[in-house]
Design a protein around this ligand. Structure first.
Ligand SMILES: O=C(O)c1cc(=O)[nH]c(=O)n1[C@@H]1O[C@H](COP(=O)(O)O)[C@@H](O)[C@H]1O
Length: 239
């Protein structure tokens, strides 16, 4: 991420040529690129390299969630992809979070790389109150996010993923150095789609988000670079 632009654009596609072309168009308009499961399953490590070699920070979003030993081994592979940020699920528990954080640091040191920020997904932004309760998170979503954020921080994670609606409360709980990576970002002019807990880029930033994860409002626009530029303007960044 360049210091001034907090936007990581989610290049959610299975097509390597499409991701690389979009990425090239967006250099200068965003702070980094996010590649997730959809892309990784189709294109593997070589596909990740095709985007990372463009020289922008890479967010590798594989949302690891398994027993600690398996997650630690997978995390070593994520480090080899030269990730700047990567995700695990906080609900994997304290030992899993610790194993992921330790493996990231250890593998990065072995390879002489900067370790990725390991951020733990709390409650997916596609879940509303009823959806969160249906998978067993009882109580207000905000309280569940705060509980998982504290668990993640106590277990060595560098930050969390939550919706913009919870950012100020988590910031107050976890302090200024805890990285808040925030999807569920919808400019007023965009479609909400499957996101249930969302705010605009400027609202999320004002609440204290460090990274804004934005996909379809940019990638689905007729002119993605123009859409990213519009978001830059809304964030008060120089064109
Ligand atoms: O971990 C994530 O990045 C993530 C967590 C979450 O709770 N919600 C969420 O939408 N995401 C990701 O953020 C991106 C949002 O994309 P758009 O909804 O198209 O802006 C997608 O790539 C999701 O995988």
């Amino acid at each position: 991420m360049t210091a001034s632009n907090p936007v990581f654009v989610a290049l959610d596609t299975t097509e390597q040529s499409k991701a690389a072309a979009l990425a090239r168009t967006l250099i200068g308009q965003v702070g980094g690129f996010k590649l997730g499961l959809e892309y990784f399953i189709a294109n593997g490590p070589e596909g990740m390299a095709a985007v990372s070699e463009l020289g922008m920070p890479l967010f590798v979003d594989l949302k690891l969630h398994d027993i600690p030993n398996t997650v630690a081994a997978a995390m070593r592979g994520v480090v080899r992809l030269k990730a700047a940020i990567t995700t695990i699920h906080a609900s994997g528990g304290a030992a899993m979070i610790r194993a992921a954080a330790d493996a990231a640091k250890d593998e990065a040191a072995k390879l002489g790389l900067a370790p990725p920020a390991v951020v733990a997904v709390t409650i997916l932004t596609s879940l509303d109150q009823a959806g969160a309760e249906a998978v067993g998170f009882s109580g207000a979503v905000l309280d569940q996010v705060k509980r998982l954020a504290a668990l993640a921080q106590d277990s060595g994670a560098d930050g969390i993923v939550c919706s913009p609606l919870e950012v100020d409360a988590v910031r107050a709980l976890c302090g200024p150095d805890f990285k808040l990576v925030i999807p569920g970002i919808r400019p007023a002019w965009s479609e909400t789609g499957d996101q249930k807990r969302f705010l605009t880029p400027a609202e999320a930033r004002a609440k204290g988000a460090d990274v804004l994860v934005i996909g379809r409002p940019i990638t689905g626009a007729a002119d993605p670079a123009e859409a990213a530029g519009r978001i830059k303007t809304e964030l008060g960044l120089a064109p």
